[in-house]
Design a protein around this ligand. Sequence first.
Ligand code: BGC
Length: 250
Amino acid sequence: MSSIGFGIDVGGSGVKGARVDLESGEFASERIKILTPRPATPEAVAAVVAQIVEQAGWEGPVGVTVPGVVRNHVVESAANIDASWVGTDARALFSSHLGGREVTVLNDADAAGLAEVTYGIPEASRGPVIFLTLGTGIGSALLIDGRLYPNSELGHLEVGGKEAERRASSAVKERKELSYKQWAKRVDKVLHAYEELFSPELFIVGGGISRKSDKWVPLLTCRTRVLPARLLNTAGIVGAAMAARRGSTR
Ligand code: BGC
């Protein structure tokens, strides 16, 4: 069996896909990125997904992430995507745009967390770990010894009367033009809340902003260790390709 898979990450600003070498977790082709259509309705996004697969000349199974709860292939929440996704059978939708081929759909942060477990820092697969992606929203993957409890949605936990992701996503940092110091205070408050509820052994922080982790991770005061993810912007695509290989049905 070839060790190459194909993953697509549907995000708020771009839909991105690439071939992934499932032995190394590296991209095996250029990443193709198409701007997320506006409005990002299921049909419009599925057309873009099909365009990426066609442009890549990929014929095998495809894994796709979406930024929402995905249970039994059905999208059940849509905080950062068009509301019309709720109730959509995403697997059936994508598959119908891809000539009926096999498609696996999962939450974007769950995909990124699984990719980190397999190809990222070794600590990701030991004990209770909370993996977070800080981007447009805050995505979470609850991991225990590398196994996933899916759809945890910790970005929507209310912290100090405000949803965590409205307080501390990296989009909030940008929008409010916060310094790293100001933003780290917000992240810290969120991590303290998670720590109180879950007592993880480790937080892993992913998303593009973790490239600059030296500017904010040292400012955090929670007791739990915080480490930056190794896979940053590639994690969603890699996790999607892994899921497609596994043919996960959840
Ligand atoms: C969504 C999550 C998603 C996260 C990151 C949140 O608003 O509810 O499902 O994982 O954003 O994209």
